[in-house]
Design a protein around this ligand. Structure first.
Ligand code: SF4
Ligand code: SF4
Length: 188
């Protein structure tokens, strides 16, 4: 197990407590970035054509460089073209693989690596922490719209890891996999 586990104990409570989960976004926001390896795995598992679940977003060269600078696990992702592949959403902003009331409809090993890693993030200085801030108040977290229940309920990084039943080593291994698949993404 690693990060976001939509059918796991914390994630299962998240939509009820916060009003939504990280599998849903507001207008103008995007879900997880996909690599070609993610797309191939999802296509093989679901039998769906990529266009059914992939949204292509064209970045300027500057935006692509900024994205890679902020998120080092994606270094090299835009080397071939400044196009970000993201998970497609329904009109209501939910991931196309989200099953209402049940969580992610995909087995864990099939899910995009970015989904499995969330909310853990590796920063430009090489450190690891979580990608969302902690409001410290559930009503404010609900209002803010970008909160993660596991982060809200945890005192520190160790507690967030424990909430997902994972370890730093497991998270870092998944990060290394994402970094490799992001580099391979640009090779086509
Ligand atoms: S926002 Fe956090 S607690 Fe909620 S579903 Fe996502 S990873 Fe789980
Ligand atoms: S693929 Fe699954 S875990 Fe990822 S955003 Fe969609 S429903 Fe959530």
């Amino acid at each position: 197990m690693s990060g976001c586990t939509p059918s796991g104990p914390v994630c299962a409570r998240c939509p009820a407590v916060l009003g939504s989960s990280c599998c849903e976004v507001r207008e103008g926001e995007r879900l997880a970035t996909l690599t070609r390896a993610d797309v191939a795995r999802l296509t093989a598992h679901t039998g769906l054509a990529a266009r059914r679940f992939v949204l292509e977003e064209v970045f300027s060269e500057e935006e692509a460089a900024g994205y890679e600078a902020r998120r080092p696990l994606y270094r090299g992702y835009f080397r071939r073209e400044p196009v970000r592949l993201a998970l497609r959403t329904t009109r209501e902003g939910a991931c196309v693989f989200l099953v209402p009331g049940r969580g992610c409809g995909l087995p864990e090993e099939v899910r995009p690596v970015a989904c499995r890693l969330y909310p853990f993030e590796r920063w430009p200085d090489g450190s690891w922490s979580v990608s969302v801030g902690r409001y410290g108040d559930l009503a404010e977290a609900r209002e803010g719209g970008e909160a993660c229940l596991a982060v809200e309920e945890a005192e520190d990084m160790e507690a967030v890891l424990a909430a997902f039943g994972t370890s730093r080593e497991e998270v870092e291994a998944l990060g290394a996999r994402l970094a490799e698949e992001a580099r391979a993404h640009a090779r086509g």
